[in-house]
Design a protein around this ligand. Sequence first.
Ligand SMILES: [Zn+2]
Length: 289
Amino acid sequence: MMKKRVCLVVLFVLLFSLAGNACGEYSFSGDPDAVEKAADAVFMLEVYDQYNRKIAVGSGFVIFQPTLLATNYHVIEDGAYVIAVSDDAARYVVDEVCIASKQLDLAVLRFSPSVAVQPLEYDATDQLKRAQTVVAIGSPAGLKNTVSIGNISAFFDQGHKDWIQFTAPISSGSSGGALLNDQGKVIGITTATYASTQNVNLAVRISELVNLYRQWDGQTVRKLGQITGSGTAQTHAVSVPSASGKVWIAKSGKKYHSNPNCSKMKSPVEIDLLQAIENGYEPCGKCFK
Ligand SMILES: [Zn+2]
C-alpha cells in the first residue's frame, strides 16, 4: 500500500512538471535560436567624421521598416557618415537621417540602398515591471552583437528622458542597441551606464522612439553631416563621402582615393565608395586629409 502511494505521488509530480513545461510561458531569453534571429537586425555602427577618422563605435537596430535603423543621437553626433556592420560582417554606408532628437538622445537613420533585414518587433505599451527579464543586444567596446541577459531594476525620469534601469551588462559601444523583453520585443534603446557602479544601466523607452518616428513625414531625409554640423564640405577643403559617391582605387593596395591623380596610386579605377568600403578598402591618408 505504501509503495503504491509513493508511485502515485511520483506519477503526479511527473505529470504536473510535464504539463507545466507544455503550458509554460514563452521565454525569449531561453530561446537561443530566437536571440540569434533578433541579432540579425542589430548592427555595430562605426561613426566617421568628414576627415574619415573613426570617432565613435555604437549600436543600432532595424525597426519599423527594413530600411530604418534606430540608434542614440550621441552615437552619431559629429559624424559625417556611419558604416553599419551586420551580424554576418557585411558593411553598409549609412548617411541619411530621417529624424533625430538630441533631447531624447534618439535618431532614426535610413539604409540606402535598403537591406534585406526583418525589423525587430516592439512593445510600446510600457507595461513594464521590476524583475522582468530583459535581453540586451549591442556592441560593447566594439565587440559586435554581444548578448547579455538581466532584469529591469527600476524606472525613473530625468530631465526629458523616461529611463528603464536594468542589469543586463552593457558598456560604451552598446549605445543605440536593443533592449528586448522576454517575448523578444524591443522595449528600450540601451543608452547609458553608470561607470562607478555595477550594472546600473539605462535604456530610453521604446515609446519615445515610436513617438519620434511618428513625427517623420516618411519621405524627407537629410545627410548626417547636416544634422550634426559635421561634413560641411562647403567650408572644408575635403571631399565628404556619401553612399552614392565615387572614389578611385588601384590594382595594388587597399586604399581608396578621392583624387584620381593622387600620387599614392597608379592606374586608378573608378568605383562606388560603397563598393570600396564593402570590399575592405580604407581611405587614403594623403588625399582624404
Ligand atoms: Zn590618395
